[in-house]
Design a binder for this molecule. Structure first.
Ligand SMILES: *[C@@H]1O[C@H](CO)[C@@H](O)[C@H](O)[C@H]1NC(C)=O
Ligand SMILES: *[C@@H]1O[C@H](CO)[C@@H](O)[C@H](O)[C@H]1NC(C)=O
Length: 641
């Protein structure tokens, strides 16, 4: 069967194409690929200029006045005219695409992540909340943490052995390279630009994890001297040792990683001047992943899902567990004292799906008792835990100067924590089964519900980002789905019009869902608007040209000020991903559609008087229920005829 076949990806190729800001390319990963899977993935296309600009105009229309639209049209016409700058940039971009395996890969990594100077906390790193656990004792907490570690290492084994099933979108194989990029990876701060290191792909990859407790960091080798993974029971023993040796909080050096990246980049240079610090930082950066043992939730909101989400996203700041983290690390699990469990991941190397799959694997591994912990503790005579070296404390020599940096980080992070508010919930009215029964795409349906919720609150449409996967292509990442469309506005207006008959509402709904579905189709096939326009803009910058007027126009600015930042991240279990808004007056909304319910993580900023996540939740639930009853009512009418 196709699913058991090894990965077709030849990771080695990726490195030759990467420029030097991506380090640790000593990897000798040569993917063996069975012949029928060895056909290479297609390259990301460069769409035709005319096609992109026509699509672009349609997405601008709902967001500007008629006068503004005429100006945008004029600018677009000048841009694309034979003597305009557009065709010249298009030629440059096509040349770049011919010379590379993925024309966007490096540019995207840089412009979306490594050059982005705002904190990764809230602004970039998503949280993933696992199904809620219930811990009564420290033992419960440590046992779960140990099982999680064993489950994650089992996943790593599958990645290393290249037996993670190749994913498909319809009949098309997807690029699997992101799976290799999440373990043993770390973002490295720089003064003006960060870099990323894939330590897991070095010839001698790391064999340790780092466990954080009370802001202390400990290194744990997770393989014994024969190369076998430690058992969950051995890990419980080591975790208990960590807890016993870190009963009081220490200087929260990890808080530095929550800073603006330039500020952290400078502090990073200072901290590395000390040899001991350098060694400790190296161990943290190189580890396979980090696991943070937290206390109980601080400042609870009363909604346990929201509390767990906030703890994943920002650790509840300096008064909470933000110092018990290293936010540069790609993968950081968090295990709270009472049962809030999750992870936060640094977004540079991967999108959500590989991370959600890792979680599903861990939860399934634990549910099936594969960690062996329960079986072992039932044995009558338990063998003593021998031969495991105790965890190594990673020490920091915190100078006065670094103390001041930490104080600054506290202030900055606290204001970010105070600003972010979230509302996470389990929508139980219906799930994707109902939507499918109406012959509609569940994702497009949910996206239209989000548009409708925004319109309901703000009485105007909002520019709306949804990420689409371009993993059909070699090293593909994402394209933007511009979910706000001419059809979505007609739909929102019609639904909210008390005079409109049900049949008209249902038609508007179906049209909007269909239009969205078509955009998705273009986007996943590399024919969206945003990445192409970014390519043209970066081509101009690289050639030393002025940035074209197109990118300064109100139509461009308004249609890319994404007041809704959304993503579907499906998971097998009742988990959900969550993140902050993309813009100060926007919302974040991530969802996991399940057969009969939908998990939502929504967010907004307190500093914007216009947005509020609880209001958004109410509008979203109302919109979903309206859409549900309209379809039923319309179906009822039809079946009578
Ligand atoms: C800590 O830093 C100070 C000042 O740089 C230095 O004098 C001292 O030797 C360092 N201590 C250790 C244990 O490295
Ligand atoms: C969400 O709702 C569904 C359907 O009512 C229920 O089965 C599930 O347990 C709920 N999950 C959570 C995490 O509340």
């Amino acid at each position: 069967m196709a699913l058991t076949a090894s990965l077709l990806l030849r990771q080695g190729l990726l490195y030759s194409a990467r420029s030097n800001f991506i380090k640790a390319s000593t990897a000798t990963m040569v993917m063996q690929s069975r012949s029928r899977h060895s056909d290479p993935l297609p390259h990301l296309p460069v769409p035709a200029l005319e096609d992109t600009l026509n699509k672009y105009l349609r997405t601008v229309k709902p967001l500007v006045t008629d006068d503004e639209f005429r100006v945008t049209e004029e600018i677009v016409n000048k841009f694309k005219a034979p003597e305009g700058i557009g065709p010249k940039l298009q030629v440059r971009l096509e040349q770049r695409a011919k010379a590379r395996e993925n024309w966007l890969y490096d540019w995207w990594m840089r412009s979306a992540y490594l050059d982005y100077r705002w904190p990764v906390v809230v602004w970039s790193s998503p949280g993933l909340v696992f199904p809620l656990q219930e811990f009564k004792t420290l033992d419960d907490q440590l046992s779960f943490a140990a099982k999680m570690i064993v489950g994650a290492l089992d996943y790593k084994r599958m990645v290393d052995e290249k037996i993670v099933p190749v994913e498909y979108m319809g009949k098309d194989k997807l690029d699997m390279s992101q799976y290799f990029n999440i373990l043993g990876t770390c973002r490295i701060p720089g003064v003006t630009r960060d870099s990323i290191s894939f330590f897991g792909q070095e010839a001698d990859p790391p064999k340790h994890i780092v466990v954080a407790h009370n802001n202390h960091f400990f290194k744990i080798n997770v393989y014994d001297k024969n190369g076998n993974t430690l058992s969950a029971r051995q890990l419980v023993h080591l975790l208990r040792n960590v807890v016993e040796r870190s009963t009081h909080p220490t200087n929260p050096v990890g808080l530095l990683t929550t800073q603006n990246r330039n500020v952290w980049g400078k502090a990073y240079k200072k901290i590395r001047k000390d040899r001991m610090n350098r060694a400790s930082v190296d161990e943290i950066q190189r580890c396979i992943f980090l696991l943070a043992l937290d206390g109980p939730i601080v400042n609870p909101t009363g909604n346990i899902m929201t509390d767990a989400a906030l703890n994943c996203v920002h650790g509840n700041g300096p008064e909470g567990y933000a110092g018990n983290r290293w936010y540069d690390k790609t993968l950081q699990f968090t295990v709270g004292k009472k049962g809030a469990v999750g992870l936060t991941y640094e977004h540079t190397p991967a999108e959500g799906p590989p991370i959600a799959n890792l979680m599903d694997h861990i939860m399934d591994f634990i549910a099936k008792g594969k960690d062996g912990l329960e079986a072992e503790s039932k044995q009558e005579i338990q063998l003593p835990v021998v031969d495991v070296p105790r965890p190594e404390r990673l020490m920091f020599n915190v100078s006065q100067d670094i103390k001041l940096e930490i104080e600054d980080a506290k202030v900055s992070l606290q204001s970010l924590v105070d600003d972010l508010e979230m509302t996470c919930f389990n929508f139980t009215g219906f799930g994707k089964n109902f939507i499918k029964s109406q012959k509609l795409s569940p994702d497009s349906f949910l996206q239209m519900a989000i548009q409708l919720a925004f319109y309901r609150i703000h009485k105007e449409p909002g520019a709306h980002y949804e990420s689409a996967s371009t993993r059909k292509f070699l090293y593909g990442r994402t394209e933007t789905i511009r979910s706000c469309s001419i059809e979505s506005v007609v739909f929102a207006k019609t639904i909210l019009d008390p005079e409109a008959p049900v049949s008209q509402k249902a038609t508007a709904l179906r049209n909007a869902v269909e239009a969205h579905k078509n955009y998705v189709k273009s986007a996943v096939n590399g024919h969206g608007v945003d990445r192409h326009l970014l390519g043209l803009k970066l081509s101009a910058i690289e050639a030393g040209f002025d940035v074209p007027t197109l990118f300064m126009d109100v139509g461009y600015i308004r249609s890319s000020h994404m007041r809704l930042s959304t993503s579907q991240v499906p998971a097998k279990c009742d988990a959900f991903m969550c993140f902050g808004p993309l813009v100060p007056d926007g919302y974040g909304c991530c969802y996991n559609p399940r057969p009969d319910n939908i998990m939502f993580g929504t967010s907004a900023f307190n500093s914007s008087p216009e947005t509020d996540s609880a209001t958004f939740r109410a509008a979203l639930e109302e919109s979903l229920m309206d859409m549900h009853s309209i379809l039923l009512a319309d179906g009822g009418i039809k079946s009578k005829l």
